[in-house]
Ligand binder design. Sequence first.
Ligand SMILES: C[S@@+](CC[C@H](N)C(=O)[O-])C[C@H]1O[C@@H](n2cnc3c(N)ncnc32)[C@H](O)[C@@H]1O
Ligand SMILES: [Zn+2]
Length: 470
Amino acid sequence: MEFKESKRDAMYRSMKYWGKKPHNIWSDLIKQNTKKNDIVMDPFAGSGVAFFESIALHRKPVVNDINPLTHFIVDVFSSSYNEKEINKLLKYISINVQDNALYKNYMKTKCSNCGHLTDIYNYRYENNIVAYAYKCENCKKTLIDDNQKDIQVINYPLIGIPEFNLSKLHSITNSSIDKFGGDDFKYLWTPLNSQLLKSIFEIILTFEEPYRKLFVFAFIQTSHLTSKMCAIRGEKSNRILSSSWGRPAFMALSKYMSQNPLIQLNRALYGNSGIVKAISAKNQRNISYNFSSNKEDFNKKKEALVQNIDSSKFSYDRVDFIITDPPYGDIIKYGELSLIWNLWLVKAYPSYKINLDNEIIIDKNKNRYYYEEKMNKVFTNCERSLKDNGKMIFTYNSQNNNDWSSIKNVIKSTNFEISNFYLQNNLRSSESNVKGTTPTSKSDYYIELSKEKNLFTDYNFEILDELINK
Ligand SMILES: C[S@@+](CC[C@H](N)C(=O)[O-])C[C@H]1O[C@@H](n2cnc3c(N)ncnc32)[C@H](O)[C@@H]1O
Ligand SMILES: [Zn+2]
């Protein structure tokens, strides 16, 4: 069985996350394995593919993730927004921030070609600032100026940026902490950007719902892109204004750019991967829903459930189909890396909780035994939740044979049979390649489990053994 991955829909571009699964393939799998009004469960829901595709197919999603981002994106997409109002609010932010003395002094420059006063797009650092780039609003030229602007003198604000000790994390080295400038979250940004981000954030917090959450969403999507973790792309590559943060760690770079937060906020709203495009793509597909955040409410309304708990405590009764993408060993530290968004999110919405302690992962404190134990609990809950004739499909990939061995142990500890096992090619690299030094396989395994006896189980366990002994 091989499906073809289609282009990523705009609605799945607005939130940065690792290992987003191809929505059309998940949609096909849901369609094949369920009928209208059936319950579809995903205990590791991530950016919400199973949730939104179930809604599109008139199924009832029951999903969970320990990362509050899942609940948050479902919440943001559940409201309707007026574009004029979004525009007005963005203007309000822009006017206020541009009025800020720091912005006037350090984020504006005279175009060296035509003299027009224009916004600086990014500062370029090699230990110190070496240059800044801008796209002139008048003559439309993209230019790099190495007329040094000394903004090193600006001090970090003491309040406003969420506090967090970076040294608590596994995904950062001591030398990176030193290079960033100190053991606190705020050092992930330059002093100028941290001041500007703080003032944008404070304005957003005064907005009324649902625009407040929409802007918080756009804001957190700018937070990594305005940090010091954005690599400079080759200056000849004419991608002077472009950068990304795709690294699976908090890493201090020797050459980086610090991008203008106001411009990035604008892009997070109106850009090609912006939330406004995402919402109109969602509306075009008629994806609209009310959702519940707890089982009692869902039992009454029976529309959609999204929770933000530890999946080893997550279950539901009489589920028709499970589709999920569990963590692959130590590959991506979802919880830690998401702090760059979630520390802001929790500041805006304190009812969200960050729970790194119960995340299923392998790191310095959590060994393989922990990983297997927890995965075992989730898979056992899945088995219990599923109807007798129901199926569970999960994706997995790892270049570490021990991960495959863990998966085998986890399946063996349940009464599940393996009814199917196949490799699916992806257009984009999956999480297993983000870390690997040899980005070889652009594919994921799809493993189908069922509660009923299956002729192929022994054969499929042999495939698993081959992956373990590779
Ligand atoms: C491979 S990712 C899923 C990504 C998803 N396929 C997508 O398209 O975005 C695994 C997810 O498991 C979640 N997770 C890890 N431990 C968990 C736990 N104990 N309970 C619930 N979710 C957990 C992580 O937060 C992460 O979102
Ligand atoms: Zn110009």
